[in-house]
Design a protein around this ligand. Structure first.
Ligand code: GLC
Length: 672
């Protein structure tokens, strides 16, 4: 059951909810609204209440004990002291004696204090315009069913999650630093030479001419179309990046066209808003406008015509390095320190000045979007009031464009910034992480929270984006990445190489990557079913075993579908790990490209997991499909060679299809 409430004066209908309900005459069933506007919601939590949700954010699966802000942020190296990352996902479920889902539908900043100021109090605050609050409860009596039902109702309300083509579930190699055609060929050659499976290579900003969207640098990539054809014959897709900012350069076709159509965001004086990103000064498409979105989306054709079938959209919070105003302020501030002896106060004022030009709230306030208000009138609204939707609207532009260009065919698309709604148009990667061991666990914790909010096609930069990685970190991270829908190794230009061949001794990497391909039919099947049925692909143990007090607190294991439990190794030098199994299972040990199986009882176990080995568990009485023949890319997956892992008498509901058309439905499920 869903109740909808309105507080303040929401300016627009966000793009989140597709199956809307009318405003409720009931009062809130849980907690109270202490102030209608500025909005202040409060709930006194019971001792054992757990709070799930908030999608892409820091800290635990249980969000209690910290404060979080929904504000799409350019946050490289996100860690425990941050309270926002790249996405804004305002859905939580309170799980205790009472079980209730709350979705705070607003395009702007909203703050969640989940027992941080006071461990027993949950508050949600918003003071920008207005919000719609959806309260979701379940008639299911049993806790686990009620929890899943609430998530299901929410997911139904926000619409079906994006499904990429089958090849997008293959392994992707990326690096900011593949500068030329021969760099890309070299990567593919090394993967193939070492029998390391691979489906895609991502192209970062270096492929563009002067970092200009929808261009290819002809000096570095002289025959881009031919390169796509050559790689496609080897089962490899190129996935180019597209950035939000468009270089402000006279004569650059995309800029000129956008100027002519007047598609760019404006300042109050009517001039285009200009801020610097990679190419220097840029303008920004007003993705809230239908015509501007249509125009931007059509530009992807420049690359699809050359054979590209997948993209990643970046810097779309939007990330801003500086505006002229911000730069002037920073220089003035620097000037004010000149000749002075810096004391304890002034020194700490001085040090952050150069970074102060990035992503300033003053800049976000200085430009506007043209939107339709709730009465259908076009109004001009400053960006800060709509901030969390900007990246999502860029994803929408790309999706609408790509669907138009590739009629009836799926294309791969994932974005950095997101908010609920954009899960229908594309996936997300989890932004700039860092080569730290705890970042594996961070990814693990975000997976179920993101699934709750509709984001199924997701994964973090394997090996870590910032800082140089190590052989063991890449290998352990890959062993976890085997299970994540987006499996991409990506790193920054100033780090050591971390491709699967970069550390010598490639056999271990080959074995781990091969497991991904052996499991592809299962991962794809679980993914599509989760999307079609509005379910979570990954769940914390607490969702399925709420009465098991050990399982409830586990935050380093996950359930995958209804069959599998994963427990990755997240610690350096560990030779294995403790695993808690909430029921009897079959342990699968994958080593040297071979699986062995053994029964293992419910309870706590120390499991040996050497670096070259992946271990996972299948519930007793369940089976999963498994490809015996090792593939080098997804196009070689042979469904006729499927066997079963787990209980050989158990049947599995296998979803399979052609992998590239939009003909996707539950009728494609067969008993296997
Ligand atoms: C941003 C992206 C990162 C990319 C870099 C250069 O930091 O998050 O993935 O490599 O920009 O384009």
């Amino acid at each position: 059951m869903i109740n909808k409430f309105r507080f303040g004066n929401p300016i627009i209908q966000t793009d989140a909810v597709v199956n809307d309900v009318s405003l409720s005459k009931n009062s809130l069933g849980l907690g109270s609204v202490k102030s209608d506007w500025p909005f202040l919601f409060e709930y006194k939590m019971s001792k054992d209440d757990m709070i799930f949700g908030l999608g892409e954010n820091v800290r635990g699966i249980n969000k209690r004990g910290f404060h979080y802000t929904s504000w799409c942020s350019d946050k490289p190296n996100g860690n425990e002291s941050d309270s926002s990352l790249y996405g804004a996902h305002n859905f939580i479920v309170i799980f205790g004696e009472k079980i209730t889902g709350l979705y705070f539908d607003t395009p702007s900043k909203i703050e969640f204090d989940i027992g941080w100021s006071d461990y027993d109090t949950l508050t949600v605050k918003c003071d920008v315009d207005g919000i719609f609050l959806y309260e979701i409860t379940s008639s299911e009596n049993e806790k686990s069913r009620a929890l899943k039902d609430i998530v299901h109702q929410f997911r139904q309300m926000i619409g079906q999650s994006y499904i990429p083509p089958f090849w997008a579930f293959g392994y992707q190699q990326s690096r900011w630093g593949y500068r030329t055609e021969s760099d890309v060929r070299e990567v593919v050659k090394k993967y193939r030479e070492n029998n390391l499976p691979l489906d895609s290579v991502c192209l970062d900003i270096d492929y563009m001419e002067e970092f200009m969207d929808f261009t290819v640098d002809k000096a570095k990539f002289p025959a881009f179309k031919a390169l796509n054809e050559e790689l496609s014959a080897q089962g490899i897709h190129l996935i180019p990046i597209i950035d939000a900012g468009i270089k402000q350069k006279e004569g650059y076709e995309v800029y000129e066209e956008g100027k002519k159509g007047d598609y760019f965001c404006k300042k109050a004086d009517g001039s285009n808003f200009v801020a610097a990103v990679w190419p220097g000064k840029c303008v920004f498409t007003d993705f809230f406008r239908d015509d501007a979105r249509k125009w931007f989306g059509s530009k992807y054709k420049a690359l699809t015509d050359a054979g590209v079938e997948g993209f990643w959209n970046d810097m779309n919070e939007p990330a801003l390095f500086y505006t002229e105003d911000g730069l002037k302020q920073a220089f003035d501030k620097f000037e004010s320190f000149k000749g002075k002896e810096l004391d304890i106060n002034t020194f700490f004022e001085f040090t952050p000045v150069s970074g102060s030009t990035c992503n300033r709230i003053e800049d976000y306030k200085s430009f506007c979007h043209q939107v339709k208000d709730l009465n259908g009138n076009t109004v001009s609204v400053s960006h800060d009031r709509l901030h969390n939707m900007y990246g999502a609207m860029m994803t929408k532009a790309a999706r609408e464009g790509l669907d138009e260009i590739k009629k009836g065919k799926r294309t791969l698309l994932y974005s950095r910034a997101s908010c609920i709604g954009s899960h229908r148009y594309g996936g997300i990667w989890m932004g700039d992480n860092i080569a730290w061991w705890n970042n594996i666990e961070m990814e693990l914790k975000m997976l179920p929270s993101l699934n709750m909010c509709g984001f199924l096609y997701t994964g973090a930069d394997i090996g870590g984006f910032g800082d140089s990685s190590s052989r063991d970190l890449v290998l352990r991270w890959l062993a976890f990445g085997v299970f994540t829908p987006l499996m991409r190794n990506h790193a920054a230009w100033n780090t050591r190489n971390q491709e699967c061949y970069a550390f010598g001794e490639t056999e271990d990497f080959k074995s781990v990557l091969s497991l991904r391909y052996a499991l592809l039919p299962y991962i794809y099947s679980e993914f599509v079913k989760a999307s079609l049925k509005n379910e979570m692909m990954f769940r914390p143990l607490s969702f399925d075993y709420p009465e098991d007090k050990i399982a409830r607190d586990i935050e380093d294991e996950l359930l995958l579908g209804n069959e599998v439990l994963i427990a990755p190794v997240c610690k350096q030098n560990a030779k294995g790990r403790f695993v808690y199994l909430p029921e009897d299972m079959i342990q699968v040990t994958w080593k040297d490209c071979k699986a062995t199986q053994s029964s293992i009882e419910k309870g706590g176990h120390y499991i040996d997991i050497p670096e070259d080995t992946v271990v996972f568990f299948i519930k007793k009485g369940k089976s999963i499909p498994f490809c015996k023949k090792i593939a080098q890319s997804s196009k070689d997956i042979d469904y006729s060679s499927l066997t079963k892992l787990g209980d050989s008498d158990a049947t599995y509901e296998l979803y399979s299809d052609d992998g590239f058309t939009t003909d996707i439905s539950l009728k494609n499920i067969q008993k296997y």
